[in-house]
Design a binder for this molecule. Structure first.
Ligand code: G3H
Ligand code: 13P
Ligand code: ZN
Length: 344
């Protein structure tokens, strides 16, 4: 099956009230786990690669692997998405590699760390939309600055975060700005800032409304009922994975992610794409640590990865089920990029 666009998958999700997990992939194991779970649950899926994942895995090899996966898993509608593209050129290079969707993250400047102005964001995003849509490729934009309301978005223990800190209002997406941004750029999907952040260290306690601004999603959805919203930093950071890592020589201070029930609530308010990276990293790391602890004489790298693959697959399958995507894969007839281009 040809790769699907983000726009087609999210339109379908909106029509049937479900959300689609967008899993970050970085190697064969993460890709295999995601696709085995998608096939098992009959779900459409978004696989996304960050700029650093493209660099790590060699982006020609990484994109070829996803195209091969489309042949190996012919019943799974797969969208290949550039996560957090930091410039129009970066997005263009993804399209040249066969990505069917790109995120132009103009909420930050090209360094990926410094909060950008609204005008800069509109300019780089509109430019990306123009060439991407001409090729049938979808575009996700971001308005507001992703970051923890506890730390003002500043750098965290795992290196994630922006340069400096911002007040609550400057971090959270302003619904009127979101409306103006969508009108000015024509993006297919909009990432919003509601207090989530990348990585494991999102919240120092189970988040309530002061830390996780679900009311902001409601307000944006009221202004933009037909726009597909995206939740970044949506890993749940499961307690059992923190314990697995720590029981096998790790040292992760107690931390909290986004409760699964809040992700489910957000899907009822127009969130259609849910970004997950950290949970897969933790599942693989915890499993590898456990294997090495239990088999100190082993240097079998397949043995080391195997239980992690299974753990990631289980986690992905649970997300497909809980977000309502399970059972919808076979209902989607993937449209070609040419057909998508004609629809714009
Ligand atoms: O955007 C955040 C993702 O977790 C990707 O992280 O840049 O280390 O691959 P990465
Ligand atoms: P997590 O770090 O919560 O998995 O978020 C990933 C993400 O938003 C990638 O864009
Ligand atoms: Zn993100």
């Amino acid at each position: 099956m040809a790769l699907a666009t983000l726009r087609q998958l999210l339109d379908q999700a909106a029509a049937h009230d479900y959300g689609i997990p967008a899993f970050n992939i970085t190697n064969l194991e993460t890709l295999l786990a995601v696709l085995r779970a998608a096939e098992r649950t009959d779900s459409p899926v978004i696989v996304q690669a960050s700029q650093s994942a493209r660099k790590y895995a060699d982006d020609i090899l990484l994109s070829a692997m996803v195209k091969a996966a489309a042949e190996r898993f012919p019943k799974v509608p797969i969208c290949l998405h550039q996560d957090h593209g930091s410039s129009p050129d970066m997005c263009r290079s993804a399209i040249d590699l066969g990505f069917t969707s790109v995120m132009m993250d103009g909420s930050l400047e090209a360094d990926g760390k410094t909060p950008a102005s609204f005008d800069y964001n509109v300019a780089v995003t509109a430019k990306t939309v123009a060439f991407a849509h001409a090729a049938g490729v979808s575009v996700e934009g971001e308005i507001g600055v992703l970051g923890s309301l506890e730390t003002g978005g500043g750098e965290q223990e795992d290196g994630h975060g922006i340069v400096g800190t911002l007040e609550r209002e400057a971090l959270l997406t302003d619904p009127q700005q979101a409306f103006d941004f969508v009108a000015a750029t024509g993006v297919d999907a909009l990432a919003v800032a509601i207090g989530t952040s990348h990585g494991a260290y999102k919240f120092s306690r189970k988040p309530t409304g002061d830390l996780l601004a679900m009311d902001v999603i409601a307000a944006i959805h009221a202004r933009l009922p037909d726009t597909h919203l995206v939740m970044h930093g949506a890993s749940t950071v499961p307690e059992e994975l923190q314990e697995l890592i720590n029981a096998n020589g790790g040292n992760i201070p107690r931390t909290y992610g986004v409760p699964l029930e809040e992700v489910e609530n957000s899907i009822r308010m127009g969130v259609r794409k849910i970004n997950i990276d950290t949970d897969l990293r933790m599942a693989l790391t915890g499993s590898a640590r456990e294997y090495l602890t239990e088999n100190p004489a082993s240097f079998d790298i397949r043995g080391m990865m195997k239980s992690g693959l299974a753990r990631m697959e289980t986690l992905c399958a649970e997300r497909f089920e809980r977000f309502g995507a399970a059972g919808h894969g076979a209902r989607i007839d993937v449209l070609s990029l040419e057909e998508m281009a004609r629809l714009y």
